[in-house]
Design a protein around this ligand. Structure first.
Ligand code: ATP
Length: 357
């Protein structure tokens, strides 16, 4: 298991990059803890796979270094990095049995047969493939084959890290849930450093201790699921995480008040907005309240989604989403109030610290 240091890494696929937009990966400078479970989360094209491939050695970064436990591995090929990888589509040997497929990475490294049997039996159980151990992989479904790929990634005990690139894409929804929980448990038991690429927030939030949110070639926040929810560092994190995402509204900051259209909201602190920066107020639908007191609001639509209702409304001329708990009431002529604990202020899309309030 290793600590992974990403030391001022940048990557451009084209030659001679001349401006920041030429980089598929803008500067990444972070240290990931030994034994951590990280998810790289972001929309298509934001650079997740590029970063994962830099860690695995499939891509050499244009600039910067990558270190495992302080050792520079930037120029080492994948085979010399001692990592396990699980890709989006299954990679299995069709003519081998399920057992032999799983045993392959161990036998290849000369692991004693008794240990091979012990570890493969554990993995067969974990993936629900025990009853197919002696069958050739050829006849299996795509979903079962992907479980073999996952199992092969998990079977070794001596790897620096296990890298997963959207590994559950071909797995059916119920099994997805099962495997995700098993991966999380396995991570706790084994202490492997795991890096998991996905564009699915549920997958990222359930699997990872730390979610690395990427947007347009940049890491915009690394945080626990609670941090991403409560204090999104960037408006993109606010939109992307949560369902519906955070409400973000243009707001003029006047001392300790945010003015949205004709309404003023008391913040309890005075955010410092750099001159000329675009200022916005962000609040998640969970921190808005409809009652008989507060500011004017018009309800446009109520979506009942079982445990809660999503109210689509118009506030000061802007669309806004409010979450009302299952047993919560929506008054006939509701007014809107903001829970100050849920307010975040942004300058040019980045959160302005307001911890001192
Ligand atoms: P996805 O979820 O679609 O795989 P991603 O977040 O993993 O997306 P990357 O595949 O890392 O994103 O791509 C980041 C950017 O780099 C994209 O603009 C992509 O078009 C570009 N890119 C990726 N691979 C190459 C390549 N081999 N040559 C040139 N450009 C590339």
């Amino acid at each position: 298991m290793a600590r992974i240091t990403l030391d001022h890494i940048r990557h451009a696929y084209g030659l001679r990059p001349s401006n920041p937009n030429d980089y598929a990966l803008k500067e990444v400078h972070h240290e990931w803890t030994d034994g951590g479970a990280y998810a790289l989360l972001g929309p298509s094209g934001c650079g997740k796979t590029t970063l994962l491939n830099i860690i695995s050695g499939l891509v050499q970064p244009s600039e910067g270094r990558i270190l495992f436990d302080g050792r520079d591995v930037t120029h080492l090929p994948t085979e010399a990095r001692n990592i396990a990888q699980v890709f989006q589509f299954p990679v299995v040997y069709d003519t081998m049995t399920v057992f032999d497929n799983l045993a392959f990475p161990l036998r290849n490294r000369g692991v004693a047969e008794a240990e091979v049997k012990r570890r493969v039996t554990d993995i067969l159980e974990m993936t629900g493939l025990s009853d197919r151990a002696g069958r050739k992989a050829r006849g299996l479904t795509a979903d079962q084959k992907q479980k073999i790929s996952l199992g092969r990634g998990l079977v070794r005990s001596d790897v620096n890290a296990i890298l997963f690139d959207e590994p559950l894409t071909v797995i059916d929804p119920h099994m997805k849930w099962v495997l995700r929980s098993q991966l999380k448990r396995l991570h706790r038991q084994s202490g492997f450093t795991m890096v998991y690429v996905t564009h699915d927030q549920t997958e990222a939030l359930t699997f990872a201790d730390k979610v690395v949110v990427m947007y347009d070639g940049e890491i915009v926040q690394i945080g626990t699921p609670a941090e991403l929810f409560e204090r999104p560092s960037h408006t993109f994190v606010g939109y992307f995480i949560g369902s519906p995402g955070m409400n973000v509204m243009a707001a003029a900051i006047e001392g300790s008040r945010a003015v949205i259209g004709s309404e003023a909201i008391e913040l309890g602190f005075a955010p410092k907005i750099p001159a000329g920066a675009k200022s916005e107020l962000g609040i998640r639908p969970e921190f808005l309240r409809l009652s008989r007191e507060g500011m004017a609001v018009t309800v446009d639509k109520v979506e009942d989604i079982g445990r809660q209702k999503i109210v689509r409304a118009t506030f000061s001329g802007r669309p806004i989403a409010v979450i009302v708990k299952e047993d919560g009431e929506i008054p006939a002529e509701p007014r809107l109030s903001f829970d100050p604990a849920g307010i975040n202020i942004y300058a040019d899309s980045w959160r302005v610290s307001g911890e001192a309030r």
